[in-house]
Design a protein around this ligand. Structure first.
Ligand SMILES: [Zn+2]
Length: 236
């Protein structure tokens, strides 16, 4: 019966199996792609960051090591490693990424001048958002978990922080911390664009210090931040 259809549109008989195989493969491909993209939803909506100007700030650097872990891991190195991976993800998504530093240096030996230079760089590029990568440290070695901070005066900063923190909770699976307002951080007070400080974990906790020093975990943290940024922009 079906052959009559093909006869009617004058397709040579030997092409019929080729045509059928082609149609079947096409249908299978469609279902594979729709499954694939619903599973990797962050990749599918990464257009959301295309052409956004995003400052990625690796905290500290040079003479300023930041926090020092119990086994000697330096916060400045963790910050830079995560910042570089985040820059890769964002660039692949089509964002215009401005790094405040790409190697082990800072802008000034004076803390305020160093932060002012990072702020000036972001304002000069008229960045859409600013992400500062930092590491947490506290006297007690028990505390752990990544956490994102925003300025309470910035509604967009809060949305961005909540989105990034949700993705860190979902992807890292090792913290239930929530995004928190913070009035004390100079960078959060000074910058005019939506700004977050991502504390990637507690360097003062020996287990987390070890994890944060692992390039694979650094990549995972960077991917979680990236995913949060994509979701923030896709809701705009
Ligand atoms: Zn820091």
């Amino acid at each position: 019966m079906h052959f009559l259809f093909f006869r009617a549109i004058k397709i040579p008989v030997f092409l019929i199996p080729v045509l059928i195989v082609g149609i079947v493969l096409g249908i299978m491909g469609y279902f594979y792609m729709s499954f694939h993209y619903s599973y990797r939803d962050t990749d599918a909506i990464s257009w959301a960051v295309a052409n956004k100007v995003i400052v990625v700030d690796a905290g500290h650097g040079g003479i300023d090591p930041g926090a020092v872990g119990p086994s000697g891991v330096l916060e400045k190195n963790i910050n830079l490693a995560v910042a570089k991976r985040l820059c890769q993800y964002l660039s692949q998504g089509g964002a215009i990424v401005v790094m405040t530093r790409e190697d082990d240096q800072c802008f000034s030996s004076k803390k305020k001048a160093d932060l002012d230079a990072r702020i000036a760089l972001a304002e000069k590029h008229q960045a859409d958002i600013f992400i500062s990568i930092q590491g947490n440290a506290i006297q007690s070695s028990r505390w752990s978990g990544a956490q994102t901070f925003y300025h309470p005066g910035s509604e967009e900063g809060k949305k961005l922080a909540v989105s990034v923190q949700q993705e860190m909770v979902r992807i890292l699976k090792n913290t239930k911390r929530q995004a928190q307002p913070h009035t004390g951080a100079y960078i959060l007070r000074q910058l005019t664009m939506p700004t977050i400080v991502v504390e990637v974990g507690f360097i003062s906790n020996p287990q987390e210090e070890k994890m944060l020093n692992d390039p694979q975990y650094q990549g995972k943290v960077a991917y979680a931040i990236y995913s949060g940024v994509v979701k923030y922009f896709s809701k705009e």
